[in-house]
Design a protein around this ligand. Structure first.
Ligand code: SAH
Length: 245
């Protein structure tokens, strides 16, 4: 008989809920979450878990009632304040579906505050399904211990996106034709990192983005795939001026 290993310790399940949480609150779970806790994890009344909402941080909760399709939690005490993460947005030209899903999952883990699908001339994307991307971001948030789900906004045309940007936000774009190394380009403070599509930026887009005041950054001598470039730039930002220091 195999013994139950003592290490790693079993961590409590974490769930994102849309209901605002507070001490002693009761939270009704939706059928999907009830099914996950009851049938997948086989938890019943009395089991503990961690929950977090949009705003108030993370709480310890206990299953109060468990039915076939529904479940009620009672919230006990706060375990973590809402995270304060660097205000960095990742603007990316959506790629094929599997790669876009992967990009959203990893960018959530790395700590992006907001994800913006940007349509460029050479963007070849199947329809961007925001609800799908949002559930991927929620799962990644639950898994990695963040207390806030990154915002995922509606796809926007490159030109409009750039015109509507707040000029006080540092604007970097990953330019495969060359730019400043990230170690000297990145500054602390609200930022946006824009990465182009598989086909790269068109020359006129590059000129337009530069003209709008964006700093071109280089990701080294190799041409990276769009999703690799996005995640590499975000990682470098976190390490150089973000919350990995
Ligand atoms: N097809 C293009 C490459 C596009 S790579 C070509 O052959 O030139 C996709 C995107 O990733 C680019 O638009 C850019 O934003 C980013 N990227 C990839 N490699 C890069 C690098 N070495 N430096 C800066 N950005 C890079």
């Amino acid at each position: 008989m195999t013994a139950t290993p003592a290490w790693p310790p079993k961590s409590l399940p974490r769930l994102f809920v849309r209901t605002p949480l507070s001490e002693s609150a009761h939270v009704e779970l939706d059928a999907k979450q009830a099914n996950y806790l009851g049938n997948v994890l086989r938890l019943g009344a009395g089991s503990e878990l961690l929950v977090f909402d949009e705003l108030s941080g993370e709480w310890l909760a206990r299953i109060a009632e468990a039915g076939k399709r529904r479940m009620t939690l009672s919230v006990e005490r706060k375990t973590r304040e809402p995270e304060s993460i660097p205000d960095v947005w990742l603007a990316f030209a959506p790629v094929k579906r599997a790669q876009t899903d992967w990009l959203v999952e990893k960018a959530t883990e790395l700590g992006a505050a907001r994800l913006v699908p940007v349509m460029t001339q050479r963007t070849i994307a199947e329809r961007v399904r925001l609800d799908r991307l949002e559930s991927i971001a929620i799962e990644a948030t639950e898994q990695c211990g963040r207390t806030r789900v990154p915002q995922i906004v509606e796809p926007v045309q490159l030109r409009r996106f750039v015109e509507e940007l707040d000029p006080s936000r540092h604007f970097y774009f990953a330019d495969e034709s060359g730019g400043e190394p990230m170690s000297s380009a990145f500054r602390e403070g609200p930022a946006i990192i824009l990465v182009g599509p598989e086909g790269g930026f068109a020359d006129e887009e590059r000129a337009f983005v530069r003209g709008a005041g964006a700093n071109p950054i280089s990701l080294g001598p190799r041409i990276l795939r769009a999703e690799t470039a996005a995640l590499a730039a975000l990682s470098a930002y976190m390490a150089l001026v973000g919350d990995w220091r």
